[in-house]
Design a protein around this ligand. Sequence first.
Ligand SMILES: O=C(O)CCC(=O)C(=O)O
Length: 430
Amino acid sequence: MVTQERSVRRGVSLDSSVEAATDTNGRAAELGDSVVVSLETPTGKALQHLVLALGSQACLQVAFLDHGALKHLDDTLTSMREGECRTWYGPNGQWTVRLEEVCSPRGWSLASEPFSCAREAASEAVTTQARMLAQHGVVALRGKGEGALTTSQVAMLRDATAHFTEEALERIGELMNNDPSTLLRFSDVVARTSHRLNVKINELWDSTCFAFLHGGSPFHAVLMRAFGTDDFRLTHCGALLARPAPNGLPNNINQAWHRDAPDEPQLATTWDPFAVVVYIPLVDMHGDNGATEFLVGSHCDGTDANDVRTLTACSQDRVVSSAGLDAGDVVIFDCRTCHRGLLNTSPSRGLGKLGLRPVLALNFGVAAWQDKEDTNNWGVEPLVSSRTSAAVAAVGCSWAHAGLPSSHEQTTPLGHADAALAGGNSQMPS
Ligand SMILES: O=C(O)CCC(=O)C(=O)O
């Protein structure tokens, strides 16, 4: 009794009080249908998305929800691999459970050794961090001692991100009101799968206010050591916003595993790495608020990015994630390292009214490397026009004053954008 191809994707919370699984038109689930379910464990921890194939039961009964059953199902799930099917005897009969996607990260946290080197003196840490990056393709700089940004730097970045995002969302709201199928692919705003909105924030190129992004921060010392030269530059500067995925939203899927740039063997003979991406989460990262997973060693072992899911189904121990990192911690990964963004299912751990998860994303490369980020991923026309500092000041800063950690922060209302983004689902380039 395996999930049929004819997968009716419906969001049904096991916590909900509905009598049966119904689709958005109110049609009850039928035998053979499969239902995407958000499952919250009894401990309230992992929120996982499943496909439950309906077996002898034609509908999903609330009786299914007794705690013992949830516990049983939870135990089953924690030992399952993505894609695996198991038969499970619930209170209402026999169910086949197929674990489609795990939305909370598995594997190691980048907060753990050896991906961060908390015990080392600062001077030795730089060498170790550069070595880790070369060897594993990813490394984390955690806390003040290892090279994380300061609280005030994080606050400035959140402020700049908030200003830009509020403007972008307002513009998106206007566009969606006119045409709900608008493709969000601009030179400064791009929608991506897993409910990501990637933005480029002009203000961050201001090397007076944001000098610490351009040079002189501890992570730059690691980059210099890793590149083996000080002749490298910042080529892209933006933020990745993961929007929470409410039940029932279409496209509630993790991102596909991918690389940000292909290998360039000729460059790699002189500089290895020749380009890296720096991620700086602007909120504390947890398993359920849109963590990023990385496949250790995939920058140099010829891994087929299309095959990572199969690979990690057998071995989780090569997967590390940003879950467990604090706001301001710095992740450096080789541009060839396979990675993917996971769904954000936890609005309360994000910023602003929408509960967005912002991560700063910077590309750095040696002078000989040509970054194709702009041509590959972005459109031509800007969505948000460049603003004067007076206009920025007039918007006010709604995210900056809440301090860290950020879990309960709220921002000002976002106009039309809120409804447009929550209700509609803009087309998303993968
Ligand atoms: O937002 C994330 O966690 C990762 C995003 C990413 O890899 C991308 O947009 O290319």
